[in-house]
Ligand binder design. Structure first.
Ligand SMILES: Cc1cc2nc3c(=O)[nH]c(=O)nc-3n(C[C@H](O)[C@H](O)[C@H](O)COP(=O)(O)OP(=O)(O)OC[C@H]3O[C@@H](n4cnc5c(N)ncnc54)[C@H](O)[C@@H]3O)c2cc1C
Length: 196
């Protein structure tokens, strides 16, 4: 049978993409598939009025891993990101954590309506939501029951000799973006050693 690909990579999130990129660099033929209509997984964003808006929640990239930083900089240009946490309390906007500015705001004029009138502001809301089948599984719930169930899946996965399991879904754990990339880079290195 004709072998068209060396790797079928299921999931075009950071883990799958990082793994695929390394495999391609090594001359491997990869097919990357995803059930979503876009690449990037949970990190995907789309442009709204010239502003990159995260489809699945805001993402802030930070790393102290030199290798991850160098890899990320090959593909994206970083802008200077500043996080301003605001609280909407009884219809008024306050800065967090509390500082002198907050006191000014307590007697000042910053209201949600004024914030909305700023021409290039995109307001997104992040709020807790229970998982419903078919919905987005944002975070793993690492309680005792789920961790035990995951351990059983992991044991089954361990029997597979030709499958690499990785990323937040396969490992059922929360990973920051840089840790996901690092884990894919390490997985690729293990794969190279295994194939020698
Ligand atoms: C709300 C939120 C906020 C976050 N904020 C930050 C942050 O500020 N900073 C930070 O460092 N990290 C943040 N993270 C974590 C970050 O999103 C993850 O580290 C990263 O997305 C993990 O990448 P991944 O490839 O493992 O998984 P994913 O990004 O989930 O990619 C997996 C892909 O596999 C696809 N897939 C799944 N099953 C199948 C299937 N059966 N067939 C085909 N395709 C399939 C999915 O559609 C998805 O595209 C945040 C996460 C969330 C949920």
């Amino acid at each position: 049978m004709k072998k068209d690909y060396d790797y079928l990579i299921v999931g075009a999130g950071l883990f799958g993409s990082t793994f695929a990129w390394h495999a391609r660099q090594a001359g491997k033929r990869c097919l990357v598939i995803d059930r979503r209509p876009h690449t990037g997984g949970g990190v995907h964003d789309r442009l709204i009025e010239g502003i990159n808006v995260h489809e699945y929640g805001p993402h802030i990239f930070h790393t102290s891993d030199e290798g991850v930083w160098r890899l990320a900089c090959r593909f994206v240009r970083f802008n200077r990101f500043r996080l301003h946490v605001k609280a909407n309390y009884k219809g008024r906007i306050y800065s967090l954590p509390f500082n002198l500015n907050t006191f000014r705001e307590m007697w000042g004029t910053a209201t949600p309506e004024e914030a909305r009138r700023t021409p290039v502001t995109v307001l997104t809301r992040e709020y807790p939501a229970a998982y419903v089948p078919g919905g987005e599984a944002y975070y793993p719930v690492n309680d005792e029951r789920n961790d035990k169930l995951y351990a059983r899946y992991k044991a089954l996965a361990g029997r597979e000799t030709d499958v690499v399991f990785g990323g937040r879904l396969a490992e059922y754990r929360y990973y920051d973006m840089d840790r996901t990339m690092r884990s894919a880079m390490d997985a690729w290195e293990r794969e190279c050693r295994r194939k020698i």
